[in-house]
Design a protein around this ligand. Structure first.
Ligand SMILES: Cc1cc2nc3c(=O)[nH]c(=O)nc-3n(C[C@H](O)[C@H](O)[C@H](O)COP(=O)(O)OP(=O)(O)OC[C@H]3O[C@@H](n4cnc5c(N)ncnc54)[C@H](O)[C@@H]3O)c2cc1C
Length: 299
């Protein structure tokens, strides 16, 4: 029986493990993919306080080393369900079953992909899903933003501050806030491509051009960056028996990270929240871990 099982070894889960281990609790972290989570895909992290710049992999490695150094145990496995009986929580995985007094779900969320060939290969090599994170690398260059919602509009505004040219490519209408549309329309370095669909990513090692299909035909646009802002996809379905999900599939919990089930907490990008960044994920990890420790101590 573990004190706490943490699902997901991203910044939120690893921070939760650091806090819980330091509070004398025995933790198991279960991770199905890369230890370190999404940030390990980022070539450079430049907005985490205390580091002017650090590669995503080095940042992840340091977090993993810190959590393991404090005695956290890890399993490379996928959680498929959680349940509880008489307060004891059971975490079911592809390979077995683990029991704990408390669970912290830190399963993250994925930026929705465009579904293009070579998209994965060029992610971090010109293709990005986070203008806040990567926009600064494209200063003075040409980029495109794909999406018609407020996030895409905000990304395009931010990028147009530093980039030479920004294409905004969207399928039918701009669904985002009118004020953002108005701001963007005044920017001389922004070109709107309505009814556009990106059909191809080109470039040998880095993104060099895209092909866009519109009603008028196909057009090749030479550029260095493509920012996809077509939404997020959390995968909280395996946990739905003990937590409540909002309309977007995110785990409903407030800033205290507590779900509707006592002893079950959510932390990081999988939680319903406004800002999904490393800083907010690690903050959740600390809050959820200390709440879980308090819960266990009260048993
Ligand atoms: C390319 C890129 C660049 C980024 N750059 C920045 C940046 O510069 N600054 C910044 O602040 N943020 C950046 N971000 C966002 C940042 O990475 C996330 O906000 C942060 O990683 C969220 O942490 P998390 O722990 O909540 O989730 P994640 O990092 O997503 O970790 C969740 C983990 O849970 C695992 N998992 C999910 N489901 C299961 C399951 N059923 N069983 C077991 N394991 C499971 C996943 O495999 C994953 O490893 C970037 C993201 C990307 C993709």
């Amino acid at each position: 029986m573990y004190d706490i099982i943490i699902i997901g070894a991203g910044p939120a889960g690893l921070t939760a493990a650091i806090y819980a281990q330091r509070a004398g609790k025995r933790c198991l972290i279960i991770e199905k993919g890369a230890f370190g989570g999404q940030i390990s895909l980022s070539p450079k992290l430049e907005n985490y306080p205390g580091f002017t710049a650090i590669s995503g992999t080095e940042f992840s490695d340091r977090l993993v080393e810190q959590a393991l150094g404090l005695g956290a145990e890890v399993e490379l496995d996928e959680v498929t369900a959680i349940s509880q009986k008489d307060g004891v929580k059971t975490v079911t995985t592809l390979m077995g079953e683990f029991k704990a007094k408390a669970i912290i779900i830190a399963a993250g969320a994925k930026h929705r992909r465009l579904g293009l060939e070579r998209e994965e290969e060029l992610t971090g090599m010109g293709v990005s899903y986070c203008a806040v994170c990567d926009g600064a690398f494209f200063k003075g260059l040409t980029v495109a933003v794909v999406g018609g919602g407020s996030s895409a509009l905000q990304d395009a505004i931010m990028l147009s501050d530093g980039c030479e040219k920004v294409y905004l490519i969207y399928r039918s209408t701009l669904r985002g806030e009118k004020q953002l549309v108005d701001t963007l329309r005044k920017r001389e370095n922004v070109e709107f491509i309505a009814g556009g669909v990106v059909t191809e990513l080109k470039g040998e090692f880095e993104l060099e051009a895209i092909t866009v299909k519109t009603a008028e035909g196909e057009r090749e646009i030479p550029l260095q960056g493509l920012f996809a802002a077509v939404g997020y996809e959390p995968d909280n379905a395996p946990f739905a028996s003990l937590i409540k999900l909002d309309g977007g599939g995110y785990a409903e919990a407030g800033e205290n990270c507590l779900t509707q089930t006592e002893g079950v907490y959510v932390a990081g990008d999988c939680r319903s929240k406004a800002i999904r960044q490393v800083t907010t994920a690690v903050a959740d990890g600390a809050v959820a871990a200390l709440a879980a420790c308090g819960y266990i101590d009260s048993l």
